[in-house]
Design a protein around this ligand. Structure first.
Ligand SMILES: Nc1ncnc2c1ncn2[C@@H]1O[C@H](COP(=O)(O)OP(=O)(O)OP(=O)(O)O)[C@@H](O)[C@H]1O
Ligand SMILES: [Mg+2]
Length: 325
């Protein structure tokens, strides 16, 4: 199960994602947190120590790992949207998974993966989609089961729809402040997201009373609204150095998180639909750009016999997913 926190800049995505990581970690044996924002703040919001490896800097190394024992690709490179084959390497959601333990920063039962930020050589010539390519490859080779929890903090705005990460999450949650501008980001997303909108919900943040909650509900619809997190004096006290105040803030987030958690555990991924989307995105990428760029027919690199269900049965037998014949 994968959930992404989205919304306008400054709405509280990172604060809410970090709170939900802690909430989920109190209910599940393991949580994989993902900082998918180039302005990486999830590590500090989780109060993690140590240096996080930046996935965006290790694209070649990561794609070579994902390639595994594939011979069907020949010399074709792996791009962010390359669909897996049965001979690929996969990533499972636990602290001992070789990929997770190599690239993740672990604290207690939470491991954090970080896309990472720009380097000096990126100045003036790099786009953050370049950084997100590694994460796309990782998600498309991730075999998370219905018991696994993956929580991502994302970049501000509606940009999520513009990459294959748009369908990588089972649940999208917009963190909205009770202002027109903040809600508009969700409405803009909804207008273009197609069927992804049906797995997208809203949490009100910095909500000051019932009027604020009703303001957001009036614009997004009650059926999309999972709950409110108040404008918190406790969070401010925490940010001013009063460490214990964070527990009181987590208490203020708990009601909304209970509803969110219910939605998340009830979500079921349609692996076939996921694979179909990945195939069409890969095809689109290759036809528009990559086949010309690499001077080869990249589409020949699709293993049409691959099914995620079979990989799950092999790599995660505890998930009890029946292999397809
Ligand atoms: N419920 C809340 N009550 C009071 N302040 C809050 C609340 N939630 C977030 N904030 C404050 O709002 C500011 C922005 O929060 P945060 O960094 O989580 O937003 P963001 O959406 O991740 O921003 P960015 O778009 O820069 O990534 C921070 O100073 C944070 O402390
Ligand atoms: Mg943030």
């Amino acid at each position: 199960m994968r959930i992404a926190f989205l919304g306008k800049g400054g709405a509280g995505k990172t604060t809410t994602a970090a709170g939900f990581v802690k909430y989920a970690a109190s209910k599940h044996p393991f949580v994989l947190a993902v900082d998918a924002d180039v302005n990486a703040h999830l590590k500090s919001a989780l109060s993690f120590n140590g240096e996080a490896k930046q996935l965006g800097l290790h694209f070649d190394e990561i794609t070579e790992f994902l390639r595994g024992k594939r011979e069907d690709l020949g010399t074709r490179p792996i791009i962010g949207t390359t669909p897996p084959s049965a001979k690929s390497n996969f990533i499972t959601v636990n602290a001992n998974d070789p990929f997770v333990s190599k690239y993740g920063l672990k604290q207690g039962n939470i491991t954090l993966l970080t896309v990472g930020t720009y380097q000096q050589e990126d100045v003036g010539g790099s786009c953050y989609h370049e950084k997100l390519k590694s994460l796309a490859g990782i998600f498309h080779h991730m075999l998370d089961t219905d018991n696994d929890i993956v929580i991502a903090d994302t970049t501000a705005g509606t940009d999520n729809v513009a990459t294959s990460l748009s369908f990588a999450y089972d649940l999208n949650v917009f963190v909205l402040e009770p202002t027109e501008k903040s809600v508009q980001v969700y409405l803009d997303y909804k207008a273009i997201a197609g069927d992804l909108a049906s797995r997208t919900y809203v949490i009100g943040n910095k909500v000051d009373g019932q009027d604020d909650a009703e303001f957001i509900q009036g614009l997004v619809g009650k059926d999309r609204y999972l709950g409110s997190i108040p404008f918190s004096r406790n969070l401010k006290s925490f940010e001013q150095g009063e460490e214990e105040a964070i527990n009181d803030f987590h208490g203020e987030q708990a009601t909304a998180f209970t509803e969110l958690h219910k939605k998340l555990v009830a979500s079921k991924r349609d692996w076939q639909q996921y694979l179909d989307r990945l195939h069409s995105t890969y095809k689109w990428d290759c036809e528009r750009w990559y086949s010309d760029f690499y001077g080869c027919d990249m589409l020949e690199g699709i293993d049409k016999s691959f099914r995620y269900e079979n990989a799950l049965a092999q790599w995660c037998p505890q998930a009890k997913v029946a292999a397809l014949v």
